[in-house]
Write a protein that binds this ligand. Sequence first.
Ligand SMILES: Cc1cc2nc3c(=O)[nH]c(=O)nc-3n(C[C@H](O)[C@H](O)[C@H](O)COP(=O)(O)OP(=O)(O)OC[C@H]3O[C@@H](n4cnc5c(N)ncnc54)[C@H](O)[C@@H]3O)c2cc1C
Length: 561
Amino acid sequence: MQQTYDVLVLGSGAAGLTAALSAAVEGARVVVLEKADLLGGTTALSGGTVWIPGNQPARAAGIADSCESGLRYLLSLSHGLILPELAEALVQRGPRYIDFIHEHTELRFQLVEGYPDYHPERPGGLPRGGRSIEVGLMDLADLGPWADRIAGVPSHLLIRETPLGGGTGVLPAPLLAERSRAGAEGLGRGLVAGLLAACLRRGVEIRTSTPGRRLLTDDGAVVGVEIGTDAGAGTVSAGSASTGTPVADVVLARSVVLATGGFEYDPVLVRDFLRGPVTRPLGAPTNTGDGLRMAMRVGARLGNMREAWWAPAVSVPGVRRDGGANGLLASRDRALPGSIMVNGHGRRFANEAANYNAFGGAFHQLDAARFEYPNLPAYLVFDQSVVDRFGVLGGGPGAPVPAWVARADSLGALAAALGLPAGQVEATAAAFNAHARAGTDPDFGRGESAFDRFPGGRTLDPDTPSSTLGPVETAPFYGVRVESSLLGTKGGPRTDPDGRVLDVDGDAIPGLYAAGNVMASPTGMVYGGAGATLAVAGIWGMSAGRAAVHDPKSATSQERR
Ligand SMILES: Cc1cc2nc3c(=O)[nH]c(=O)nc-3n(C[C@H](O)[C@H](O)[C@H](O)COP(=O)(O)OP(=O)(O)OC[C@H]3O[C@@H](n4cnc5c(N)ncnc54)[C@H](O)[C@@H]3O)c2cc1C
């Protein structure tokens, strides 16, 4: 059976659902095909924060910022890898994206107050925040049968209430109970829920367990997608919760939007393209580079292939609902006074408080003499004062440290338990402690940036280095292995600002669009601030969905690079 649509979207994360909504708003008949049996991809697992320079909530709060200043900031970090016209489109379209979301969904963006940019001292950077925003709470119960079809686990917190966003992670019990009763959720699941509800209202058809396999072409133009034969079970049609709806082997469409996320779960693509080792990804396990392969088969030009939204991660026992291995983004814990990180030689190797994307670079440093990656794996070491004052690994202040974390009464014993050289770990901590007491880190400059001081600064004084520098000295001591991870890869087919996929000569491939982590990111190796990845997904989704409806099929890109 063949079915024909105006726009076919592959993937149901932020990029895919935004593209679908955008196309539907333009009056198109739209279908979203999702490979997994749950919707939302990595987006549903995320914090749902979006990074937009010159955004409306910041302006309302009296924060001085502009798109131009955001562009200056991004370009100051480029190292020659950012294409200025794409970065310009990103910042110029950010406020328009907020208007789009506010006009066509029930989502409402709010400021995550005080969240600094990731490199706030760069030209155009904001040390006191203003660019990171999040959607408010969404009532998932309104989604009816779709409510339990979104990946991730329910959380009734906003990002600014979590330790990552500057809160404690602890809500008054009556408030938590009220939100839980109402099914009110924020973060990534709230974002997905709001987009999904808007898509359904516009008549977008959504099918789960339906992977796109290959693009269908006719005289060089993309005209549809061959879909997986494992589709069917768990398939849900828009407006009903019926399962097992028969699906076609081929779905025809005037335009196809690739929004299939990154290639982080495909070991071959990871080996062939990424700049350094990755030992465990954090996102949706169905992100295996399918869209990348589809685009390569029809001659797409590739870009930014070595890059990812890098992150250090801690493995947690157990498996998630979507089949991915449990894990935690190791972000705030590294930056708190009373914690350090060491490598396998027992030595510190970077500013632990640096943002997670930049920290990924420390994992990829090669020791030229030994020809080894000395910082892989690494270990987070912290003392009881961190547990008592701030809480660790997602827990609030004083919350018990999980049993799978190593613990010992002395640093030497902890090092032995972790398989590290005890004498070196003790010496490393002693040197760090002496400097920390004086409020300096001559080795790695920890505490010099406002970003370093943000996590501890919510409890302590954000203007002094002691909000991140504090001696590791209060027994018991704890340690856990930290791995090289990522939130998603950011290389793929090159697009123009409207998401048109370009071929190897720089011409648009008629009928083919891409948005989100599947495409070559407009930010090179830069992660500007909390929410920068969802901003790319949302803005390119919005633009690609619109272009997919209005482009004449023979359109070619003006952009030849
Ligand atoms: C713990 C965590 C927290 C994060 N927090 C934030 C944050 O607060 N702010 C931020 O900006 N970023 C955050 N990120 C990163 C962010 O979630 C991702 O970069 C973003 O969600 C990518 O969106 P996407 O739509 O491109 O891909 P995804 O959301 O991953 O969606 C891709 C979808 O495509 C589907 N798919 C794959 N192949 C096929 C196929 N062949 N056919 C059909 N469908 C297919 C997948 O199953 C998936 O559902 C976080 C990530 C993690 C892991």
